[in-house]
Design a protein around this ligand. Structure first.
Ligand code: ADP
Length: 255
């Protein structure tokens, strides 16, 4: 299998006037092409720090990160980031929000424009291309934010609690929806979340982090015996509860 992402023995501490705060200790894992990984752990344990390292915003103190076989510093791989808030601009229409990344990266061509239209049409935003973000529901906005990331054709997507600003019911629907879009588009993704159900319904593997400074407590492959492996079907499958209890126990044992 091709590895999109590889982390080996990553250590990271924050240095402030008050002293040193160790955040990550000896983190190693990899993500195969097309694989969806969820990282769970208590609030404040170091999940966002981990994504910031993978996206190159922070530099590890020790260890190495490779993307598509190349060191992060030499990699030209396109990494997409999806955050808690959709960060859509009200002064732009949905279409113009979706192509913003293409504009910034000087990637606006007939082909990329067409791809933006195709994704908007396919994922139910056809009638909203000329609407402003405030005219859309939270779920539709999050879809638009995802499409803005997808038109850049990222090889790897980093998702930082992307559904946590939504109310519970919307969150379930949008989480399932976005999970299916990513599967259909065969994207490799790393999702960080403190929501165990979200992780279990979406991922191929769950990595459990300890409290800060985070180290990996356990990695759990998720296998569901389902005809149609969708997030919703997973939530209703008997394996769901088993995985939930397993991960819950592991997290609480570390408290
Ligand atoms: P999580 O995403 O799991 O909630 P973070 O990665 O945001 O956790 O933060 C991990 C820990 O690192 C926090 O508990 C905090 O103490 C520390 N931290 C985060 N950002 C900074 C910073 N800019 N300066 C100093 N310490 C920080």
């Amino acid at each position: 299998m091709e590895q999109v992402l590889e982390l080996k023995h990553i250590h990271y501490s924050y240095h402030t006037l008050d002293g040193e705060t160790p955040a990550l200790v000896d983190i190693s894992f990899s993500v195969e092409k097309g694989e969806f990984i969820a990282i769970v752990g208590p609030s404040g344990c170091g999940k966002t720090t981990l994504l910031s390292l993978i996206s190159g915003l922070l530099i590890p103190e020790r260890g190495l990160i490779k993307i598509n076989g190349k060191y992060l510093t030499e990699s030209t791989t396109n990494v997409g980031y999806m955050l808690q808030h959709d960060e859509l601009f009200e002064w732009r229409t949905i279409y113009h929000n979706v192509v913003l990344g293409l504009e910034i990266q000087h990637m606006m061509t007939a082909k990329t424009r067409q791809r933006a239209h195709e994704l908007l049409d396919f994922y139910g935003l056809k009638q909203f291309k000329n609407s402003r973000p405030s005219e859309l529901s939270g779920g539709m906005r999050q879809r638009a934010a995802l499409i803005r990331t997808l038109v850049l054709e990222p090889d790897l997507l980093l998702l930082d609690e992307p559904f946590s600003a939504l109310d519970y019911q919307t969150r379930l629907n949008v989480g399932d929806d976005i999970g299916q879009i990513l599967r259909r588009e065969k994207k490799s993704a790393v999702l960080v979340t403190h929501d165990l159900s979200e992780a279990i319904s979406l991922a191929d593997r769950v990595i459990i982090l300890s409290k800060r400074p985070a180290s990996i407590l356990q990695t759990i492959p998720l296998v569901f015996d389902l005809d149609e492996d969708t997030p919703l079907n997973r939530r209703n499958a008997p394996e769901f509860k088993t995985y939930f209890q397993l991960i819950w126990k592991e997290l609480n044992a570390n408290e």
